[in-house]
Design a protein around this ligand. Structure first.
Ligand code: ZN
Ligand code: ZN
Length: 310
């Protein structure tokens, strides 16, 4: 793609289009601006967060300096609850560190691995509950990405139905497998490894800026083994993921980007491949995006790849 010309790209296997419009980008490093967040008293800091009259205690993980390393609490104002048949489901908050103001990538990689261990444990716990069909693990960082509390945390939401977006992608995966006899994500690793969108790789993970990325600087983390969920990740794979996520998030710090990442665990099908998707949040989606679902992205993935590698 030339520096001036726009290009419409279709996703690898989904019916999804993105318009790359590089010339809209006058100042490449200035598309993000992190809003200032100020709180008087942090509800995720000890001792407040440990008080059962103030927060719903679920489970503490690890022990260091007389406190937990990672803590799971309930959501005080859940949109979904196991007690409400009209909005059945469950929500949990994972507090990644007792240290206020430290973001996930500023933690040692070993601590990041502990956070992934907790993701896996909570995922399995939720999926074992009656009537739960899908559980998503995600993180919102920065005001624009929907984070309301500036103490590093992730969330899990389990749902009583397969979300349509997930069902649609699963159907597209099945169609791809029928046609090619192979998994689309395994094929993406093969076809992109030597290309201009490959950011990092080791024996365990391949990290790329996807061909039709919906977000500027969007990144996918694909485990090289064809595995179904975060529960299948081995310790050395979690270590690779932590190292790569750390590098990517430090680069996003440079441009003050708010971001979301989420773990897309497969539906219970052997043929499906789990993936972690990271989406920095653009300033605003305008009429075209809201009205048609077609996204305009000012940052070609090849340019994003160079940014992350520098
Ligand atoms: Zn705090
Ligand atoms: Zn695969």
């Amino acid at each position: 793609m030339s520096e001036q010309e726009s290009e419409i790209r279709k996703d690898y296997f989904l019916d999804r289009y993105v318009v790359f419009a590089p010339k809209r980008l006058k100042k490449p490093k200035k598309i993000y601006q992190k809003p200032e967040t100020v709180v008087a008293e942090c509800v995720f800091c000890p001792p407040y967060v440990n008080d059962p009259s103030k927060q719903i205690q679920i489970k503490d993980y690890g022990k260091k300096n007389n406190t937990w390393e990672v803590k799971v609490i309930g959501n005080l104002y859940p949109a979904l609850s196991l007690n409400n048949m009209k909005a059945y489901g469950e929500q949990e908050v994972i507090i990644e560190t007792p240290e206020h103001g430290k973001e996930i990538h500023e933690l040692p990689v070993e601590h990041m691995v502990k956070v992934f261990d907790v993701y896996a444990d909570r995922y399995e716990t939720m999926m074992a509950k009656d009537g739960i069909c899908y559980t998503i693990v995600f993180k919102n960082e920065g005001g624009r990405a929907g984070a309301s509390i500036p103490h590093s945390h992730s969330q899990l939401i389990s749902l009583p139905m397969i979300p349509p977006k997930i069902a649609k992608e699963a159907a597209a995966v099945d169609k791809y497998i029928d046609r090619h006899g192979s998994c689309p994500y395994c094929d993406i690793v093969k076809s992109e490894r030597k290309g201009p969108r490959a950011i990092f790789e080791d024996d365990n993970f391949f990290v790329l800026s996807p061909y039709a990325s919906e977000s500027p600087y969007g990144v996918w983390f694909i485990p090289k083994r064809h595995i179904r969920s975060i529960s299948d990740l081995k310790p050395n794979e979690k270590l690779s993921l932590a190292n790569f996520l750390k590098k990517i998030l430090f680069k996003l710090d440079e441009i003050d980007a708010s971001y979301n990442y989420f773990i897309q665990n497969s539906l219970d099908l052997e043929s499906h491949h789990m993936i972690i998707k990271l989406a920095p949040r653009p300033n605003i989606w305008a009429g075209l995006e809201l009205g048609t679902g077609i996204i305009i992205n000012p940052v070609p993935p090849e340019e994003a790849t160079k940014f992350y590698q520098n």
